[in-house]
Design a protein. Structure first.
Length: 133
């Protein structure tokens, strides 16, 4: 086969892969207005009403939100330092952190967590759940 036939075939294959990738991402995306912590669901507004805001300094500058340490205490998790916490995003991304990392972080009003002394891979956005392990 000549170039005239091979190039269009590769282009069609790439377009098909792109279409199926987009379908997969949208099919697995969970659209949820609440965040589940433990067994209870909260809206962002409810969480911000429970805990005072604070600011932390990150590699991207100052970020403002509510303390995850205070939040875990206010929602009634017993012995917070005895657990690990898996923060899950709507797109399926998740990160598990220990208590010493979680207590330094904040939850911003955009539904994203920031930690001052961790790589950005721990900054989970579009949070739907904080699982207590």
């Amino acid at each position: 086969m000549g170039k005239e036939k091979v190039i269009p075939i590769f282009a069609i294959i790439i377009i098909a892969i792109s279409i199926f990738s987009s379908i997969y991402v949208y099919a697995t995306h969970v659209d949820k207005d609440t965040i589940t912590i433990g067994d209870l669901e909260y809206t962002i507004d409810e969480l911000f009403a429970l805990v005072d805001e604070k600011a932390i300094e990150t590699v991207e500058g100052e970020k403002t939100g509510i303390s995850l340490e205070d939040l875990i205490s206010k929602v009634g998790i017993g012995c917070p330092s005895c657990h690990e916490y898996t923060i899950k995003a709507a797109d399926g991304y998740e990160q598990t952190v220990e208590w010493d990392i979680l207590q330094t972080g904040i939850l911003a009003d955009i539904g994203r967590v920031f930690f001052p002394d961790t790589p950005k891979k721990f900054w989970v956005g579009d949070i739907i759940e904080i699982e207590v392990i």
